[in-house]
Design a protein around this ligand. Structure first.
Ligand SMILES: O=C(O)c1[nH]c(=O)[nH]c(=O)c1Cl
Length: 312
């Protein structure tokens, strides 16, 4: 079956790629993504300066495949590293490049976006409004006014289609309020839902210790356990953002969850925890599983079922 897609005007040979943060901090990581069967790749969220991030242990999978917890603390090589990578990238390859930016202030985001705009590159920007793990920095995604202010500056600056990475919302009024902001920006081409479910706490029963070191063990939750919150956010914004696209992320462990994300409205699907645990081979596996599901159900393309979740 045909699992190709288009996102922000660029063609992806298949709808799967990495969630920013996983397998994408260094050129070596990104090379693995280029060599994988993913349909695209996205870089680790960049800040103006290089960051070491939080002390380890700062990521761990959770027992029984239910997911993961992380409090990485935005470790990255600094935006100029990713700008250089974007300048060297082979845009004739069939795999488009996405760049994640997560400035610690609006000025930082302006500085980084300007640099990418001035470089006139084909890569697509995804602005991260939802990092839950920088101590002292509440995430923008839960501050509608701050997001609107940021977008009112960045959207005209970026000019071409771009996306934003959102935290999960849990209240219908918040879906409504967030969509009202996003619908004001025509070149906001897609929203990526969801980032990790912020500030969970994983405790080891035997040792009675938190599993990760930063923030008293508090960190973002990912993996299968967040699937149903992810599907809700994908569908809520699919219903509320006519003319925009949704990138679905959260809980994709097989072709089945990728299928459900498309059914909920996703135009592309990112994989985080499963990529971290299984490695880049996950893309070939899930691509085949999804294609087999589509054949079994009689669907030829993603358009045949995108957003067609039935209600009772
Ligand atoms: O701690 C992190 O680096 C991190 N971790 C996440 O789960 N989401 C993010 O957006 C970021 Cl920036």
């Amino acid at each position: 079956a045909d699992i190709s897609t288009t996102l922000a005007g660029v063609k992806l040979p298949n709808l799967l790629f990495n969630a920013s943060g996983v397998c994408c901090q260094t050129e070596a990581d990104l090379k693995l993504m280029v060599e994988s069967e993913s349909g695209a790749l996205i870089t680790k969220s960049a800040t103006v300066e290089q960051r070491d991030g939080n002390p380890a242990p700062r990521y761990t999978p959770l027992p029984n495949g239910i997911g993961s917890i992380n409090s990485m603390g935005l470790p990255n090589e600094g935006y100029e590293y990713y700008l250089e990578y974007a300048k060297k990238y082979d845009y004739n390859s069939e795999k488009p490049l996405f760049i994640s930016l997560s400035g610690l202030s609006l000025d930082d985001n302006v500085k980084m976006c300007k640099a990418f705009v001035d470089a006139k590159l084909p890569c697509v920007l995804e602005i991260n409004y939802s990092c839950p793990n920088v101590p002292g920095k509440p995430q923008m995604g839960y501050d509608m006014e701050a997001m609107e202010k940021s977008l009112s500056v960045l959207a005209p600056l970026i000019k071409k289609p771009f996306g934003i990475k959102l935290p999960p919302y849990f209240d219908i009024a918040h879906f409504d309020q967030a969509a009202a902001v996003f619908n004001k920006f025509d070149n906001l081409a897609f929203v990526t839902c969801i980032n990790s479910v912020g500030n969970g706490l994983a405790i080891d029963f035997v040792t009675e210790q938190a599993l990760i070191k930063p923030k008293d063990g508090f960190g973002g939750l990912g993996g299968l356990m967040v699937l149903n919150t992810a599907l809700a956010n994908v569908n809520a914004f699919h219903r509320r953002l006519p003319g925009k696209q949704i990138v679905g992320v959260g809980g994709v462990v097989s072709g089945k969850e990728a299928f459900l994300h498309v059914l909920a409205g996703a135009s592309a699907v990112q994989i985080g925890t499963m990529l971290k645990e299984e490695g880049p081979g996950v893309f070939a596996r899930i691509a085949k599983e999804l294609s087999d599901i589509m054949v079994a159900k009689g669907y030829k393309t993603l358009e045949d079922f995108r957003g067609k979740v039935k209600t009772l």
